[in-house]
Design a protein around this ligand. Structure first.
Ligand code: S3P
Length: 178
């Protein structure tokens, strides 16, 4: 069974939803930002501050290459992870790409007050620009769930229902071919 990879902008709920989703499937959960923290012994904020974004992206690339080899894992990516086509390719080769979407309003109310995301330090306009630019990339997911108005359990249920439908459809196509 392939991995389930959660993609989407900061604050869409990738880590919270991912943990709960993994629990309900009895799969392992991993968060690429946490993994980068383990490997480097630095928080995301510290890596950005001391070494810059380029270094963060190269650590992220290494972590993604390794995690993509795993199976039956729920992987929560960072908001910028899949913008690198190499990361997208590696994750999609062995996983189903599930997009989490949220309105800017929902994102600001969830994480606007937090201090742990270097890329949220800019003006509201700059964040809105980043969010807009990235939508095209996130829209390439196999399917997307809008988390703006939903609680964690509702999002998890919707993901499970849509995964179930996909597995059923793929299975039916295989049977039809035989
Ligand atoms: C980033 C998102 C963050 C983290 C880093 C960069 C981004 O992860 O990887 O601060 O480029 O959007 P979350 O999406 O988990 O906040």
């Amino acid at each position: 069974m392939r991995n389930i990879v959660l993609i989407g902008f900061m604050g869409t709920g990738k880590s919270t939803v991912g943990k709960r989703l993994a629990q309900s499937l009895a799969w392992d959960f991993i968060d690429t930002d946490c993994e980068i923290g383990e490997v480097t012994n630095l928080s995301v904020t510290e890596i950005f501050r001391r070494h810059g974004e380029t270094r963060f992206r190269s650590e992220e690339r290494i972590v993604v290459a390794r995690l993509s080899q795993q199976e039956q894992m729920v992987i929560a990516t960072g908001g910028g992870t899949v913008l690198n086509p190499l990361n997208w390719e590696a994750l999609a080769q062995n996983g189903i790409m599930v997009g989490l979407h949220a309105s800017l309003e929902a994102i600001f109310s969830r994480i606007g007050h937090k201090n742990d995301r270097p890329l949220l330090k800019g003006s509201k306009e700059a964040i809105e620009k980043l969010w807009t630019e990235r939508q095209e990339c996130y829209a390439q997911a196999d399917f997307t769930v809008d988390t703006s108005q939903k609680n964690i359990d509702e999002v998890v249920s919707e993901i499970l229902a849509r995964l179930g439908r996909r597995i059923y459809n793929e299975f039916s196509e295989e049977v039809a071919k035989d």
